[in-house]
Design a protein around this ligand. Structure first.
Ligand code: NI
Length: 181
C-alpha cells in the first residue's frame, strides 16, 4: 500500500509539529518512497509526512521534473519575495495568492543521513517553504493576508470535503493541474 490517504484540513495531525528524524533506517526509506508515490499519484508538487499521518520532519517534491526529498530541513530565505497562487493537497480545490520568499537555500539530510542542500527559486522555493511549514504545523492559509484568509475559511466551511475523515485520493480533485503542494 505505497499510496497513502492524504489527510485533509481539520485533521489534528496537520497542526502538530513533526519530530526530527533520528533513525535513518529502512522505515524512513519506506516513508520517503510512500510520500513520493502518494505525491505523484495525487498529483502534486510537494508532500510532507504529516499529510499522510506521519509526524516526522520529511517531505518530497517534484518540481521541474526533479523528484527529491529532504529530511530535517532548515531554511535560509531571500528578502526578495514572490506572490502567486498556492494550493495544498490537504485543501482540495482551493488556491489563494500567497507571498513567499523568492529564493531558498534548504539544508538537511537525505534518507541515508547524508547532508544535502536544495537551492532554488520560484516554484521550488515556494514548495520548500510550504512543505517545511507543514513540518511545523503551519498551513498555507496561515500565510494569507486577512482578506484572503477570510475567503479561504468561508470556502473551507462550504467545501464538500470539510469535516470528512481522510478519504483516499484516487483521482485528483484539484483544479491545479498537478501544481498543488
Ligand atoms: Ni500542503
Amino acid at each position: 500500500m505505497p499510496v497513502q490517504p492524504i489527510r485533509l484540513f481539520g485533521d489534528p495531525v496537520l497542526r502538530t509539529p513533526a519530530d526530527p528524524v533520528r533513525d535513518f533506517d529502512k522505515e524512513l526509506r519506506t516513508l520517503v518512497k510512500d510520500l513520493g508515490e502518494t505525491m505523484m499519484a495525487a498529483p502534486g508538487v510537494g508532500l510532507a509526512a504529516p499529510q499522510i499521518g506521519v509526524g516526522l520532519r520529511v517531505f518530497t517534491y517534484y518540481v521541474d521534473d526533479v523528484l527529491g526529498h529532504l529530511v530535517n530541513p532548515t531554511l535560509d530565505l531571500s528578502d526578495e519575495e514572490q506572490d502567486g497562487d498556492e494550493g495544498c493537497l490537504s485543501f482540495p480545490g482551493l488556491t489563494y495568492p500567497t507571498v513567499r520568499a523568492l529564493r531558498v537555500v534548504a539544508k538537511g539530510m537525505n534518507m541515508y543521513g547524508e547532508p544535502v542542500t536544495v537551492e532554488g527559486s520560484d516554484l521550488l522555493a515556494r514548495c520548500v517553504q510550504h512543505e517545511t511549514d507543514h513540518l511545523d504545523g503551519i498551513l498555507f492559509i496561515d500565510r494569507l493576508d486577512r482578506e484572503q484568509r477570510k475567503l479561504a475559511l468561508r470556502a473551507i466551511r462550504e467545501a464538500e470535503w470539510a469535516g470528512q475523515p481522510a478519504p483516499e485520493v484516487k483521482v485528483s480533485p484539484h483544479a491545479l493541474h498537478g501544481r498543488a503542494l
